[in-house]
Design a protein around this ligand. Structure first.
Ligand SMILES: COc1nc(N)nc2c1ncn2[C@H]1C[C@H](O)[C@@H](COP(=O)(O)OP(=O)(O)OP(=O)(O)O)O1
Length: 139
């Protein structure tokens, strides 16, 4: 989509979500990370006007990994300072929830899009922990 984006993708059959996060990191930028070093910090839901789809995205962070990020067919990794994060070339929702991530918060966010450029409405809720969020979540 010609956007800067975190590493990620779809969960494959017989794979857990956290396994998928580690696999995508390896495939997209050749970085190895231990599952135990990944921290689930957020749960995001995306809906799109006129489409029956709900995209469920989990956000993981880590400060511990092995290897140097390398370009692959899928990604051209680049480091940015926090001040220079290129929000104008990212998904529009990123500028709304990155501040929570950068302050080490746990949060739930939902975003309703019209097309891929316009957010019609959204909600972001901070939670004590993701465990507390999932424990209290009504399905
Ligand atoms: C709707 O806007 C989005 N916002 C944000 N912040 N992130 C998004 C949005 N849409 C997709 N993403 C994320 C979710 C994943 O981490 C990646 C890749 O998404 P997707 O699964 O759609 O991409 P694929 O390249 O098809 O995945 P595979 O690697 O499984 O092929 O972007």
């Amino acid at each position: 989509m010609n956007k800067w984006n975190g590493f990620g993708g779809k969960v494959e059959a017989r794979e857990t979500i956290i396994d998928a996060a580690a696999r995508e990191l390896k495939e997209e930028c050749c970085i190895d990370v231990k599952i135990s070093d990944l921290k689930n910090i957020a749960h995001l839901e995306f809906t799109f006007e006129g489409e029956p789809l709900l995209m469920d995205v989990r956000v993981f962070t880590t400060n511990i990994f092995e290897g140097t990020p390398k370009e692959t067919e899928e990604m051209l990794p680049k480091w940015y300072t926090v001040e220079d994060i290129p929000f104008n070339d990212m998904w529009p929702d990123d500028k709304l929830w990155f501040p929570y991530m950068l302050k080490n918060k746990n949060f739930y966010g939902r975003f309703h899009y019209k097309g891929y450029d316009k957010i019609l409405n959204y909600k972001i809720e901070e939670h004590e922990s993701m465990e507390a969020f999932y424990a209290n979540r009504k399905s």
